[in-house]
Design a protein around this ligand. Structure first.
Ligand SMILES: [Zn+2]
Length: 215
């Protein structure tokens, strides 16, 4: 009997430790590293996180531009925030459907700067993404035989290129404060300005009647 009591106590402690470890592993499961297209999904995660941060930041920039009575710039930042949010969600869905996990980044509050500084910051980070990880990610995905991921990143890049062109124009014409109108494809995040556009999105063939209008 004297022998049995410590044995039962040790058994109970070990069992409790095992249960705690099991519950902890359910809450924080280890990330799998052996799934197919691991490299492509890691890179897609990087782009998705950049899009997440940009989307939130442009929402803040839009509110700041509105306070500065720059409605045209606020409209642009709202359209960009929506486009980047669509693309972030596309990245997240692709990663999860292919067996990976999307890690939502922690957001730091951005500094309150004049609207012109916000336009320059947005322009330089769009250039950084376009000139940095985008093209190697597309090539990596194609090399892995994953055309789905390659297409998603190409959609991101096409929208970023268009945003670069619009941002450059807005920086040059800031003082004119001319009314602007943008439409964004809710499927791929393609952004177009002005009233003219094709009846279908040129990237994903979504009907233009479904585009979200910002004005
Ligand atoms: Zn589209």
């Amino acid at each position: 009997m004297r022998l049995r009591t410590p044995f039962i106590a040790a058994f109970t402690i070990a069992l409790t430790a095992l249960i705690i470890a099991y519950l902890a592993s359910l809450r924080f499961p280890a990330e799998p590293t052996d799934y197919l297209w691991y490299d492509s999904l890691q890179q897609l995660g990087e782009i998705g996180r950049a899009k997440y941060r940009q989307s939130h930041r442009y929402g803040e920039y839009a509110r700041r531009a509105e306070r500065d009575s720059l409605h045209n710039v606020a409209t642009l930042f709202r359209a960009m925030a929506y486009a980047d949010n669509v693309q972030c969600n596309n990245c997240r869905k692709a990663i999860e459907s292919l067996g990976g996990r999307f890690h939502t980044p922690v957001l730091l509050p951005s500094e309150r700067e004049p609207t012109l500084t916000h336009l320059h910051s947005a322009l330089s980070e769009k250039y950084e993404l376009h000139n940095g990880p985008t093209t190697p990610c597309i090539h990596q995905a194609l090399e892995d035989g994953n055309r789905y991921v390659a297409r998603l990143i190409t959609w991101c890049d096409a929208s970023d290129i268009k945003q670069i062109v619009i941002l450059q124009r807005e920086i040059e014409q800031l003082e004119h404060n001319a009314p602007r109108e943008y439409s964004v494809c809710p499927t791929c995040g393609a952004i177009s300005d002005g009233g003219l556009h094709s009846c279908l999105c040129p990237h994903c063939l979504t009907e233009s009647s479904e585009f979200i209008l910002f004005k």
